[in-house]
Design a binder for this molecule. Structure first.
Ligand SMILES: [Zn+2]
Length: 169
């Protein structure tokens, strides 16, 4: 009996996994692709991409570098989960660049606690808004997408209201 139960549990788990895969992956022709396709590799955001070479111009404080690494770990997990490849629209902003970008004086970009991902096709903002629990899961805060037209702003720094989707101002 115990053995049969194990086999049944095994198949139940297998089908549960199969169900999950088919909902997140595009349908493929099983005749031409008899082997299950591998999860496509998503290009992740690197530290140098985030720093935008600005660390050659301005000194990057060790605590800011650490902030950047923490931020990227969380953001990359979110990118991986979404399956949506993105690149950096705006990363670290030393004061000069923050002023140039019209960023707030308290912008989380100054301390490497925020990133803007390019999102002119709205795919990422739509996905996050439909899966808002990922913000809790990866401990990130999203600027309300109504205020970010062609990008998404994600930050690790908690906002006063405590809301995961926040209105800037
Ligand atoms: Zn931003």
């Amino acid at each position: 009996m115990g053995f049969l139960k194990k086999i049944m549990e095994f198949f139940a788990e297998l089908f549960a996994k199969k169900g999950k895969i088919t909902t997140t992956m595009p349908q493929t022709d099983t005749k031409t692709a008899p082997v299950a396709p591998k999860q496509p590799t998503i290009r992740l955001i690197t530290l140098s991409e985030y720093l935008m070479d600005r660390d050659t111009e301005y000194k990057l404080a060790p605590e800011f570098k650490n902030n950047a690494l923490v931020l990227l770990e969380k953001v990359n997990k979110l990118i991986q989960k979404s399956g949506i490849e993105r690149s950096v629209n705006s990363g670290w902003r030393p004061t000069y660049y923050n002023n140039l970008a019209g960023g707030s004086r308290k912008s989380a970009h100054l301390s490497c606690e925020a990133i803007d991902l390019k999102d002119s096709d709205d795919k990422m903002k739509t996905w996050i808004m439909e899966n808002q629990e990922v913000l809790e899961e990866f401990d990130l805060y999203l600027e309300d997408p109504r205020y970010t037209d062609t990008w998404v702003h994600l930050q690790t720094r908690a906002v006063g209201s405590g809301r995961r989707v926040f209105i800037p101002y």
